[in-house]
Design a protein around this ligand. Structure first.
Ligand code: GLU
Length: 450
């Protein structure tokens, strides 16, 4: 345990005030204990010390002019964390909470997630503390263009390929790609999550949500259970939550909640997917408006949430899909879920459960699919988009969806079998972390001290 402590203490000195990053590192190191103890080579090659230090971090000013003619300034980031397995790959997040710690934890998680997909992609992440909420289309475009005026020199189809994340969807990717093309003169596959009109891949939009549900399905199958007829709690109301809900319905389950930054929606007969899409994908308004269409639903504003957690996890259900953001599920939430008889949790978001909440799930021995395994379908399908762009092909929806299913099954089996190999068969956190780590670490050793 001392090396975990020593590593964190060192990080606190060299990279101060990055709580979320320490949390992600601690979780990984905790799982790696058994493999580090039995393998001198990782210590000899200073793998941990190298892995926690990004290969490169870019921080830059993003100035732009709002609709009133005022100059606004945001902070932009791109962390190129690890390229042992391929070009840096990972999304861009535009959200007011973005800071160096958030981007670094996301980039660190991305290394292991991308390794787990089995595809040749390294780990990176970026974004800005820009709040897209309430911004006009013109403001979004000008912000994206300014962001790329700096970032364009660092990215490329074989070195760093950004995509979307919270606050960045096909519209933003379009504006960023347009500016990249103007500056470089290259029509490159430099972003994923592009529009289907000009190089995007079918299923990319749906992939994170679909993949998260496939992951739950594979966990349940191993327990001789299925999704059919199960009540499900979903948090979030963005891209991941929407397509989690869509796939849950397709596979016969009943999603009864979703949430956004202002509150939680509970609809006993099932969330109406068409209304949800209309509110969030087309009109981009608050969830509360759902009540105007479905007065039998219930809405709990954030001000009425329990002090020790999130309203969404307090409803009884058999399955839970945290699809909003980091640390949205507390220890008390986890205890409530377990007490209410939850049998599986599959994470569509990145690090949505606090460390204490994860402990509760592991101790209860329920099926728990950590984000870096369960939500890897998004980035995996991004790599399928890169493959189509590079080979100048387009694959059908069914073809990509089939590949996604195979990838999710392999991720699940890899995490499960690695967990069993290290004597903790139910612990997919341990399994996913060791399986991802082993691949990256061995590649780093083979590539020398770089
Ligand atoms: N932002 C997504 C993630 O957290 C997708 C990244 C990508 O497609 O590159 O994995």
């Amino acid at each position: 345990m001392t090396y975990i402590h020593d590593t964190i203490v060192k990080l606190q000195k060299t990279s101060p005030a990055q709580a979320e990053f320490y949390q992600a590192v601690e979780e990984i190191l905790d799982s790696l204990q058994p493999i580090l103890e039995t393998n001198e080579k990782y210590k000899k090659h200073a793998i941990i010390e190298r892995m926690v230090e990004p290969e490169r971090q870019i921080m830059f000013r993003v100035p732009w002019v709002d609709d009133q003619g005022n100059v606004q300034v945001n902070k932009g980031y791109r962390i190129e964390f690890n390229s042992a397995l391929g070009p840096y790959k990972g999304g861009l997040r535009f959200h007011p909470s973005v800071n160096a710690s958030i981007i670094k934890f996301l980039g660190f998680e991305q290394i292991f997630k991308n390794a787990l997909t089995g595809l040749p992609i390294g780990g990176g992440k970026g974004g800005a503390n820009f709040d897209p909420k309430g911004k006009s289309d013109g403001e979004i475009m000008r912000f994206c263009q300014s962001f790329i005026n700096e970032l364009y020199r660092h990215i490329g189809p074989t070195c760093d390929v950004p995509a979307g994340d919270i606050g960045v969807g096909a519209r933003e990717i379009g504006y960023m790609f347009g500016q990249y093309k103007r500056l470089t003169g290259n029509y490159d596959g430099v972003f994923t999550g592009k529009s289907l009109l000009w190089g995007g891949s079918l299923v990319r939009k749906e992939a994170t949500g679909y993949g998260c549900v496939y992951f739950a399905q594979y966990m349940l199958e191993d327990q001789n259970q299925s999704l059919a007829g199960k009540t499900c709690l979903v948090s979030g109301a963005g891209n991941v939550a929407i397509y989690t809900i869509e796939k849950l319905y397709e596979l016969g389950a009943l999603p009864i909640t979703c949430s956004d930054s202002s509150g939680t929606l509970y609809h006993e007969t099932g969330i109406n997917l068409a209304t949800l899409k209309e509110l969030k994908e087309v009109r981009k308004v608050r969830l509360e408006e759902y009540l105007q269409h479905h007065p039998d639903a219930r809405y709990i504003p954030v001000s009425d949430y329990p002090a020790d957690g999130h309203a969404v996890w307090r409803f009884p259900a058999e399955l839970a899909f945290p699809c909003a953001t980091q640390n949205e599920l507390t220890e008390q939430d986890a205890q409530t879920l377990v007490a209410n008889g939850v049998i599986a949790v599959s994470e569509g978001a990145n690090m949505p459960s606090t460390q204490d909440a994860v402990e509760v799930f592991l101790n209860a021995k329920i099926c728990y699919g950590p984000g870096k395994a369960a939500n890897a379908g998004g980035v995996a399908t991004s790599q399928l988009e890169m493959a189509q762009n590079a080979s100048m092909q387009t694959w059908s929806f069914a073809e990509v969806d089939e590949k996604l299913k195979v990838i999710m099954k392999n991720i699940y089996r890899n995490a499960r079998d690695t967990a069993a190999e290290f004597g903790e068969p139910h612990n997919l956190v341990l399994g996913a972390n060791i399986a991802g780590f082993r691949k990256v670490a061995d590649a780093m050793i083979e590539q020398g001290v770089v």
